[in-house]
Design a protein around this ligand. Structure first.
Ligand code: ADP
Length: 656
């Protein structure tokens, strides 16, 4: 029993479902449309390049793109090319054919003509528009729907009122006499014209409205040329054609043509003209309209009944200005409505009158300059104090060197002077006691002479260092066999070296190397190196001198097996007054001027000097002088041979 009643229950349910599906066709459609996509047909009055309409479509797309199941098809009536009964009838037939197989769920019309077209077919049973929900935008005529029509039609009804626009223009241009109202022959232009005539009495002050209406740009230009008052502006609405070709004149070209005849600000009610060079206006903002009607279509796609959608009675207008044009016509931005939006305006384009703008930029520039100046001053101050610090350190160093030099020189002067004085005293005593013999006298006179030479060398060195530093050292260059000059200098110290039990070895790659030298100065430099080598080499040591040529240079090396120079002193060894051992207890005498004079002399020959040394192994000084050929004539200021033995005596006078 129970099983039977369940079976019966299922049978009745199935029967009920079948019957209801059959009886109610709406349910079948709904079931199908939930499976299928929602198809919208957009019908625009003009062609795809009409800019305001393109902005509307942009807004619609932005809204509808969120739903993947919505398909949108587009049709353009192109009514500017042709617009009559026959054309509309053929167009209607064509669309019926074209969409006979597709199911259209809703229509969107853009502008008056497209709306009239769809509306006229709303109750035509053969039309694809038959009882299809129509959403409209861009309709400017005040429209009244029949009760039945109101079941299918919704959209944005624009309330045409241009009082605010004209009052805004009058507020910006104080002495205005004429406003040229430039219109084409589209329905919208006529709506605007009628509205302006209606509201003329409400303007903030009386003004002449100069209506210029034509489909052709040439007519517009000609009529504008008749208006010669300087106190005029224009208001442009519509698109214009060339008379010759019937092609639409691009908007920028339209603006340029008008400006060339009447160079005064052009206002507009049409958004695309703003981008083409109009100053500004209160315009239907296409994208905004697109968003509103897009939202209506979206609701329809979600099976909402069109009757539940409340129509929008709003112009959705926006006060917009082209910043570049505002500046071009010297319009004071402070006179523009507060809620205006601006195109062509950069972040640093301020909304100020020109004089305030100049003042602002001057202040900004002044502040920037001031900041730069301050930064410069701080950097300069820092740089100066750094420089002063360096100068201070250098001055301190120089002062220290001077003190060291004075103590060295005093020591150097005192030692030979003491010897000379005490020798004189001894000789006086001998004379007094009549015990002075010739040998003793000779010996003591020798000592006096040697110490006098030491004093003379010191004084000469001080003078030379000063001359080299001041660049006053006169040179006397002459072509010489440098090998011979070096050999002669070495020969002059060989005997002296022997007395210190030091062997001198001389070797050369060539017997003759001719080059221009200042012989006396080079001898002096060599003697200094040789005397140092002997001075700092102990008994049984060797001093080795070698001459060779390399890359057009003469290279003279003086190598000894002496005490060597500590590594840390090597970088400073050619500086004035530098001595490795500057203590008063040092073994050898010297002022620390010799090597700096050697370096100065080598540099006078355009050469260089280098040192390599190892403690307790020995030192090698290497002079490199470029081989230089000059006129064989003896130079004008050359002085001839001075006594080499005299120089040798002077240079070796330091060594005990
Ligand atoms: P000075 O007249 O005191 O010899 P120099 O300028 O000729 O002055 O030498 C500076 C210092 O360099 C010397 O005091 C010595 O310490 C070091 N020096 C120079 N030549 C040699 C060398 N061949 N061997 C070791 N030390 C040397």
């Amino acid at each position: 029993m129970k099983t039977l009643s369940i079976k019966r229950f299922i049978f009745f349910i199935v029967l009920f479902l079948l019957l209801t599906t059959y009886i109610n066709p709406a349910l079948i459609v709904n079931a199908e449309s939930s499976k299928n996509d929602f198809n919208i047909l957009v019908v625009s009055s003009y062609n795809p390049s009409s800019e305001w309409e393109a902005f509307v479509i942009e807004g619609v797309k932005r809204k509808l793109d969120t739903d993947k199941n919505i398909n949108v098809s587009y049709e353009f009536l192109d009514v500017r090319t042709i617009y009559d009964e026959t054309y509309l009838k053929s167009l209607s037939d064509l669309l019926n054919l074209k969409y006979s197989k597709s199911s259209i769920n809703a229509i969107l019309t853009i502008d008056d003509e497209a709306f009239s077209f769809a509306r006229s077919n709303l109750f035509n049973a053969e039309s694809i528009f038959f009882k299809k929900p129509i959403v409209f935008t861009g309709v400017n005529k005040s429209i009244h729907f029949s009760t039945e029509e109101s079941y299918y039609i919704r959209g944005v009804s624009e309330v045409e009122d241009n009082t605010a626009l004209i009052n805004m223009i009058l507020n910006i241009h104080k002495n205005l006499e004429v406003i040229n109202i430039i219109l084409d022959n589209a329905t919208y232009s006529t709506v605007v014209r009628n509205n302006l005539i209606d509201i003329e009495k409400f303007f903030s002050y009386p003004i002449k409205l100069n209506f210029i209406q034509s489909s052709f740009i040439e007519d517009i230009s000609n009529e504008l040329a008749l208006n010669t008052t300087p106190n005029q502006v224009s208001l442009i609405i519509g698109d214009f054609k060339y008379k010759t070709t019937e092609f639409i004149c691009p908007l920028t070209e339209t603006i340029n043509q008008i400006e060339s005849t009447n160079p005064y600000p052009i206002y507009t009610k049409s958004q695309p003209y703003l981008f083409a060079g109009a100053v500004g206006g209160i315009t239907d903002w296409g994208q905004q309209q697109g968003l509103v009607v897009g939202e209506m279509l979206l609701r329809l796609s979600k099976n909402e009944d069109i009757k539940t959608i409340i129509p929008t009675y709003d112009t959705l207008e926006q006060t917009v200005f082209n910043y570049k044009m505002v500046r071009k016509y010297g319009i004071n931005p402070l006179l523009l409505p507060e809620d205006s939006i601006f195109i062509n305006k950069g972040s640093f384009d301020f909304l100020l009158p020109t004089y305030l703008l100049i003042l602002l930029w001057i202040s900004i520039l002044a502040i920037i300059s001031l900041v730069i100046l301050l930064i410069y001053k701080v950097i300069h101050h820092k740089h100066n104090s750094k420089k002063n610090k360096i100068l201070y350190i250098e001055a301190q160093k120089a002062e220290k060197m001077k003190t060291e030099f004075i103590s060295n020189v005093s020591h150097e002067l005192r030692t030979p002077l003491n010897i000379i004085l005490s020798t004189c005293k001894l000789l006086n005593l001998k004379i007094k006691h009549a015990t002075l013999d010739t040998d003793y006298l000779k010996d003591k006179l020798g000592s006096i002479e040697q110490n006098s030479n030491r004093l003379l060398r010191l004084v000469n060195n001080i003078l030379d260092v000063t001359r080299i530093e001041a660049g006053f050292m006169t040179t006397y260059f002459k072509m010489q066999n440098i090998v011979e000059v070096v050999e002669d200098t070495i020969l002059s110290v060989v005997d002296f070296a022997k007395t210190h039990n030091i062997e001198i070895i001389f070797d050369t790659e060539y017997e003759e190397i001719l080059t221009a030298i200042d012989k006396l100065k080079l001898e002096r430099a060599l003697l200094n190196l040789l005397s140092n080598a002997i001075k700092f080499t102990s008994s049984e040591g060797v001093v080795d001198i070698y001459i060779k040529t390399e890359n057009s240079n003469v290279i003279i090396s003086v190598k000894d097996t002496g005490i060597g120079i500590p590594e840390e002193y090597l970088p400073f060894i050619f500086e004035r007054f530098k001595q490795v051992d500057s203590s008063f207890t040092r073994e050898n005498e010297g002022s620390g001027l010799g090597l700096s004079i050697v370096k100065g002399i080598v540099e006078l020959h355009n050469g260089t000097i280098a040192v390599a040394s190892t403690i307790d192994v020995g030192s090698t000084f290497t002079i490199t002088i470029p081989i230089c050929i000059i006129d064989k004539e003896i130079p004008k200021y050359a002085i001839e041979n001075s006594d080499l033995s005299q120089i040798v005596n002077l240079e070796l006078s330091d060594i005990q």
